[in-house]
Write a protein that binds this ligand. Sequence first.
Ligand code: SF4
Length: 314
Amino acid sequence: MKQADIYEHADRSILENCTICPRECMVNRFDGGEGYCGMNAGLNIASICIHRGEEPVISGKDGICNIFFAGCNLNCIYCQNQEISQRSLLVDDSGMDLNTVLDKISEILSRGITAVGFVSPSHVAPQVKVIIKGLNSRGLRPVTVYNTNSYDKAETLRSLSGLIDVYLPDYKYVTPELGLKFSDAPDYPDVALKAIKEMYYQKGSTLRTDEKGSAENGMLIRHLVLPGHADESKKVLLSIAEELSPGVHLSLMSQYHPTPRVMNVSDLNRSLYREEYESVVEFMNSLGFRNGWVQDMDSYQNYRPDFRREHPFE
Ligand code: SF4
């Protein structure tokens, strides 16, 4: 099957003149990966593996089948997955075809894993649809998790409605200067808020779980506290409480770890101090958030992937 044939007409058209994400590069991705994300119209998968390191409600007892996409539509200078998010550092641009991908996922699901996570999917939403529909055509209906940086267009998210069971969006900053400085996206706060509101519109505050406590449907907002930026974290939490509801499910994360790229960036070149993290937790409680998870301060060592290995997180 030719690459273009795996897509429905509307998605083929959008890939020919790409406006999938807010960058709106208008490049033909069938001609290569010349847009900001650097990715062509292929599936662009860097790794498919079982991952046990997400929140308990996402990983479940046995782990989630995570599909890590190569490339990204943000350029976060502190990215913890930079081996695969930056084209120049890609460790496995394997060009897997759809059947190979579906075979790999099917094999993992046959081991009793019940959820499939799409990690960094904002620039490959049509590819996500193709994979989900391919699994469905094989009679497989895993819980689908959209694990996104939230630099998503609301209309792209609307096109995923009915296919995604659980949204797992980051909410990184509310200050445009930080969006520019850290992620090369001054419009990140505006875009992310609109995207998360669309996810909230689709799912509401409830995070429905099965009898084992694994998420089946809903939304869980993630926020990574950055060293030296506890005040920004508090503004993010305030924004969620005011613009959505303190009843949403939240995952507050302390796992930040400096990578070589930020060794000369003040504050980002260190781990989080316990007292700054605790001040954010205290503020979160004062706003009335009551659903979700607060990562403990010693977790960062569990979350550092090595994508050169077959099992990057183990
Ligand atoms: S998905 Fe990639 S090519 Fe398309 S608009 Fe976004 S950054 Fe540009």
